[in-house]
Design a protein around this ligand. Sequence first.
Ligand code: NAP
Length: 697
Amino acid sequence: MTKDNNTEVFTFRVSLVDTSGNVIAEAEEVTLRQISKMNEFKKNAFYGTNWMLQPATIQKTQNVQGNVLVFCDQGEYYARALAEQIQHQDSRLFFVSIGKKFSQIDATQFTVGEDEEDYDKLLAAIGVNNLCSVYHFSTVNFTRTDVSAERYGEELHQGLYSVVYLTRAILRTIRDSVEFVLLTDYAHEVTGEEACIKPANAAFLAVAKSTATEYPNLRYRCIDIDEATDMETVLDEVLTENPTFRVAYRNNQRFTEALTVIEQKQESMREMEIKQTGVYLITGGTGGLGLQMAIDLGNRGARTICLLARKALPDRSTWQTLLSNRDRKLSTLIESILYLENLGCTVLLRYTDVSDRVQMESILSELKEAYGPINGIIHCAGMAGDGFLFNKNMNTFRDVVRPKINGTVVLDALTRGEKLDFFILFSSMTSLLGGPGQSDYTAANAFLDAYAPYLRKKGIPVQTVNWPGWSEVGMAVDYQVADAVTLFRSLETEVAIQALNEIIKYDLSNVIPGQINYDILQQIGENNLPFRLSPWLKKNLDRHISRHNTQKKQVAKQTIAPEDIHIIGKNDNYTTTENEVAFRYAVVLDLREIDIYESFNSLGGDSIHAMELLKEINAIYPRTIDITDIFTHSSVEELAGLIDKKRGIGKEQSDDKAVIVPDYKLSDDDIMSMLDNVEKGNVSSFDEAIKVIKSNK
Ligand SMILES: NC(=O)c1ccc[n+]([C@@H]2O[C@H](COP(=O)([O-])OP(=O)(O)OC[C@H]3O[C@@H](n4cnc5c(N)ncnc54)[C@H](OP(=O)(O)O)[C@@H]3O)[C@@H](O)[C@H]2O)c1
């Protein structure tokens, strides 16, 4: 084994031998680079969406031509006003309310019940030809500010299931283009001033994120309003000629959703102790992620952990045999339970559907009686969504929705009186992005996303995490999508657990832990996302694109002063070196905001920028770093730490103070060729690259 001078790269010669000791394969120069997982997580930010004020000039109203379905019920006020605006146009309006069963009241008024066939009957009755628009206003109800667990079924039928059944009925009969305008009240926390949040409305709207990608002939728009917004404003948006996929109105102001970086606020920080005497419930505890949660809790001192799932484990007497079984998932599950028991944990396995209120009540009562109050809940129970809406078996749809929607409502109802230290809901980045085949999963997770602000407004400290894929365990691995190239990079287990602990510590909610994959963002295109990008992310994307387009072109940079730079990533106490280095990053990369944990690459830096940065840093800290340090210590925090270490500042004097600075002068061309070699992986270290240059001279 050899080790390079910057101590992070190890090169091995590897021999593979069979059981008799015969060499069957050899590999020269297998190189490993040491990466600190902790640092890797810090480099990842938390992302989430914010609703940002975005007034728009609403163009003159559409000319509605064709048959129009208006779902009204409580939204009747809007439906009638809409009718007045468009009745003179070349359109025919049909009004639908949601009741017990299908009925036709007169030539233009209908009721549909809870059966999917009612929607086929409706389309047959109105004559499907020439259906151009669906205005779905049924869920708007300002008099309803909260929902009891018992009434969620009704809410879902007015919104989620209604749009799903209607979409499927349309797909069965119509090939033409149909526009859906879905109007809700208080589906999202937009300003934070909302008196209530309605999670069922969020699930209703979220379906569109998926179906819009499955069926190009169906166009959806989602408008979420509050009571203070005028009818006129709402109808202008409903009938606008230049529509936005998702908008919200609060007090007549127009907002659109933007993906942004979410900061950890020092003032929200809390020390969250895992109590030895505490009782912790993990729903979906036998699944990939739930089990990792249990191990983490056990490692941190929890001694009573209940794992809840529907399918029972085989009888304990068979466990030893099963451990040598080829069923990797089952043996990992058994191994993990035995590991926890070895730590001294009592692992309670309980089996029921989390949405079964009676069973859940009995399990929770038993836990409380035997072990004491519940201290923390991690709600991981979930099923992956699979299949386009048109072909989807509705029982599968309900199975996906049930643990997340009904299960969450049940857990909430049964623990309202408890003093929980944490209550974490495992959602997915899919709820933000949607995607083909994911209508059920998107709706289910969007419900969780809205349930967090709904409960937090009531002072219940629930947190939702929008996980990207986990790369080592869980459903993404089972469905072989863990390596899929998605907008957010997938997380290794250890990194994901660190992220979750940060989320709990900083009381974050509705966050995606991870790193954006700018190549994918560029491929998708900003305009094809269901949200826009915050100015900072947009700038990063633009920079990424320009980096690709102008690979080796020097980018003209503007003159920036230190006071122009906004440094983010931690609280204000940045070290002098961090300030200096961040300023140099900003100058070289032409940025006004620098996250000290973001890598040089993801900030848009390339080899040319790296050379410039090296020159800038050498001007203030001569001979402290070399070019490879910019790639191996690539965030401001890491590079500043390295500079301090080499200069013997702060931490203990470094014992590897031998700085790799060449004793000869490199021309710019030398450096370029060296960087090319390092980037392409032709050489494994800076020293080797120098040797190549020297040998070419
Ligand atoms: N894995 C990922 O990459 C990823 C990414 C984003 C979000 N998530 C979310 O994280 C959570 C855990 O995912 P995972 O990867 O660990 O999934 P998993 O390996 O498939 O495990 C799911 C667990 O949920 C249980 N479950 C499913 N439906 C249930 C119900 N109705 N009642 C009670 N238990 C139920 C399953 O057990 P039974 O089948 O025995 O009931 C199993 O224990 C899910 O909510 C998922 O949406 C995962």
